[in-house]
Design a protein around this ligand. Structure first.
Ligand code: 5AD
Ligand code: SF4
Length: 428
């Protein structure tokens, strides 16, 4: 989501006549697109912003703007400006478009702006231009915001309520992307399964949208994220099964394998419900790569709760898992709950990562000596004379080839695997 938002920011800068500066090159404008999902994301952003102090001394005309989730938190925008007075523009998540007027104004008169809109339901801007950076893949926002209020999560506070784009606007943009030659389109939303509820009620939802997009002609793949397990229904599985261009790759964050913790997290599903959903996916989509997000060290998590999480990981056998230590977010309900000892949480995350690494390695072995259709995305960043791309299930494959293959679908036989990495060679 943030990568795509940075494409929006770069789109605004391009409209204003700016071009991309290379790393290490003096830039006229620097925009920090911040995240506040965990404390380390905030610390990272603050560290990078702090480093601009010396750059600003060298080049006082440089414009520094800070936007995104971090500034949108209660009072955070002003606090940031006080800490770093050299910042020229601070904007929140819903008024990013103001960069287009503020940047020329700062350039002309050195004016300063701190402008955070606390609107919970900001209107959707359908006139955005994107400076796309993702090569063969394009991101497409289908909705914004979140209504779920998981007790650990800051997103509903900084991104406002769920707002769906109209199906016409989405289908139009999708067709344009296909015409422009993008081979993979990833639909984005904090909770894509809620798509349409705010504007269509129950008459048109994510499964129908996915089906309408899958029918658009051309050779391209569709991915989507993120799905909430509570809304992941069987109709959606049927649509994915019916259309070969919808990737067999589902990101289904579980967060915890313990019913007690899931309840405290306000996730609205149980462990058994989640496992039933996975079983239904495996039945209809046997080759589906399922990935997840998991948190350890959530308040009240005991060893037995953590063992439930480990057990669930062993049962599901995720192709990949993003694992996190719970991080207190001010203003969320979980921040008021008793916290787990950080050393205990650290021990749990190490055990979780070890289990998932072993599973990923075992699953990688199963790919060996089989042929998969791989969309070639780029030159390999690590292996000379090689390119890399993804299988339909979302696994990254490195294989011999040159830039002429980028954007092409190749049949690749997997010859070797190493942990999460797959290596192969093209076949006719
Ligand atoms: N601490 C740790 N991880 C978090 N996530 C969301 N909020 C927090 C938090 N306070 C994780 C969840 C979510 C992913 C995007 O980030 O696992 O799915
Ligand atoms: Fe955060 Fe929960 Fe919404 Fe995901 S569904 S963005 S974890 S509140």
């Amino acid at each position: 989501m943030n990568v795509h938002e940075s494409e929006k920011i770069a789109g605004i800068l391009t409209k204003l006549g700016y071009i991309e500066a290379n790393e290490g090159e003096d830039a006229d404008v620097v925009v920090f697109n911040t995240c506040c999902i965990r404390d380390n994301a905030e610390r990272k952003a603050t560290g990078h912003i702090g480093m601009m102090k010396t750059e600003k001394k060298k080049n006082p005309d440089m414009i520094v703007a800070v936007v995104g989730c971090m500034t949108q938190q209660d009072g955070a925008g002003r606090a940031l400006k006080e800490k770093f007075p050299f910042i020229d523009i601070v904007l929140g998540t819903s008024n990013l478009a103001l960069l287009e007027t503020y940047i020329p104004s700062v350039a002309a008169s050195r004016a300063k702006y701190v402008d955070i809109d606390d609107n919970e339901l900001p209107p959707i801007n359908e006139n955005e231009t994107f400076y796309r950076t993702s090569g063969t893949n394009a991101w497409l926002n289908i909705m914004y915001g979140c209504n779920n209020f998981c007790t650990y999560c800051i997103v509903p506070y900084v991104r406002g309520r769920e707002r769906s784009r109209t199906k016409e606007a989405i289908i139009d943009e999708f067709k344009r992307l296909v015409d422009e030659g993008y081979k993979e389109i990833t639909l984005l939303g904090q909770n894509v399964n809620s798509y349409g509820k705010d504007i269509y009620g129950n008459s048109y939802g994510f499964a129908q949208l996915l089906e309408d997009l899958a029918k658009v002609e051309g050779k391209h793949r569709i991915r989507f994220m993120t799905s909430h397990p509570k809304d992941f229904n069987r109709g959606l599985i049927d649509v994915i099964a019916a259309y070969p261009n919808i990737c067999n790759n589902i990101h289904l964050p579980v967060q915890s394998g313990s019913d007690k913790i899931l309840k405290l997290m306000n996730r609205h599903y149980t462990r058994d419900y989640y496992l039933d959903t996975v079983a239904a996916i495996r039945e209809k989509l046997p080759d589906c790569g399922i990935t997840t997000d998991i948190m350890v060290g959530f308040p009240y998590e005991e060893e037995s709760d953590f063992l439930d999480t480990l057990d669930l990981v062993e049962k599901v056998r995720y192709s990949n898992a993003f694992t996190f230590v719970y991080s207190v977010r001010k203003g969320t309900p979980a921040a008021e709950m008793p916290q787990v000892d950080p050393l205990v949480a650290k021990d749990r995350i190490m055990r979780l990562i070890a289990a998932q690494n072993r599973i990923t390695k075992e699953l990688s072995k199963e790919y060996e000596n089989k042929v998969f259709e791989v969309l070639c995305e780029d030159l390999s960043p690590t292996k000379k004379g090689c390119v890399c791309g993804r299988t339909d299930s979302g696994r990254l494959v490195t294989f011999a080839g040159g830039s002429d293959l980028i954007g092409k679908f190749c049949n690749v036989r997997i010859t070797r695997s190493q942990s999460a990495s797959l290596f192969g060679e093209t076949e006719e």
